[in-house]
Design a protein around this ligand. Structure first.
Ligand code: SD4
Length: 291
């Protein structure tokens, strides 16, 4: 049976390598995608995900994350969650709940504490120093405060044909208290259906949400498009539409994989991503700037 995984950005490489090995040894798509994201969340030097992620405008680290099971379509999400090391694992646990499966802020943190997830101060000295430098720079040079953000988003396909998707991020740099991006939002930041395939996004959440791009890509694959065709057809016309109707388009990058392990990518920035399927060992690739 085909198997594989794809994830956004170079930072996914080590986690993807582990997820690939798990898939190779018959472990589930769900366990593999969680492991992939956990690796990135725990690494203190990635400034946009998990431990060491940059705080919001007020100096508080707030994470968004999601998990989706492609077999059952069950989903769990957390947004603006604080002091939790593995936001994606909380999201996965929430995906087992029929009610209350998307929790934000205090309610999300409360759920994590109640269910025994590892609590920790997510603000490292390094991230705090970077945040202070950035604040000064923004003031002195009159920069756009929202310049910078990277989400880890991943899709996995296991040998039994099950698929899973997950995301985790500290979101837009210098975001306002309680601001939530696309990453925990079903259909925008992620979507997966084991009978078809999955997609995950990174970029300016406010713009990705306007097009529900992950769902759009999965629907196009369902109608017979390859992952690359689906990415091309969902993302580039939408960017043009945004420019025409909204006047501008932020950074938008999507990765997709179908249930045969074939993959696609679309982006309007210089974008790295990591991919592995049954034909090829894990590798890091660079996508071209949008067409
Ligand atoms: C957000 N999409 O919060 C996330 C941030 C991100 O690459 O992906 N950046 O809007």
């Amino acid at each position: 049976m085909a198997f594989g995984t794809i994830a956004t950005w170079r930072m996914a490489a080590e986690g993807l390598d582990q997820a690939y090995k798990m898939l190779e040894s018959n472990q589930s798509a769900a366990d593999s995608v969680e492991k992939l994201i956990n690796e990135v969340e725990a690494y203190p030097y990635y400034k946009s995900v998990g431990y060491g992620g940059l705080p919001n405008e007020e100096g508080v680290v707030q994470m968004d994350a999601a998990f989706m099971n492609g077999d059952t379509l069950a989903q769990g999400s957390v947004a603006a969650i604080e002091n939790v090391l593995h936001a994606v694992s909380v999201a996965r646990s929430l995906s087992n709940e029929h009610f209350n499966s998307f929790r934000v802020g205090r309610g999300a943190t409360k759920y994590a504490m109640k269910h025994g997830f590892k609590m920790t101060n997510m603000l490292t000295d390094r991230a705090k120093a970077r945040w202070e430098r950035r604040l000064a720079e923004i003031r002195e040079k009159d920069l756009n405060p929202y310049d910078g953000h990277d989400t880890i988003g991943a899709i996995t396909l296991d040998k039994s044909g099950s698929m899973a998707a997950a995301t985790s991020t500290s979101g837009l740099f210098m975001k306002k208290d309680g601001r939530i991006g696309d990453s925990p939002l079903s259909g925008s930041g992620f979507y997966v259906d084991s009978e078809v395939g999955g997609a995950a996004a990174t970029g300016l959440g406010e713009d990705i949400m306007k097009g529900c791009l992950s769902y759009e890509i999965v629907k196009l694959m369902e109608r017979g498009k390859t992952p690359q065709q689906a990415c091309d057809e969902a993302v580039y016309p939408f960017i043009e539409k945004l420019k025409k109707r909204y006047g501008k388009a932020g950074e938008i990058s999507l990765v997709a994989m179908n249930n045969k392990g074939e993959w696609g990518v679309a982006t309007n920035v210089e974008f790295t991503f990591c991919v592995a399927n049954q034909n090829k060992e894990p590798r890091i690739l660079m996508a071209n700037l949008g067409k």
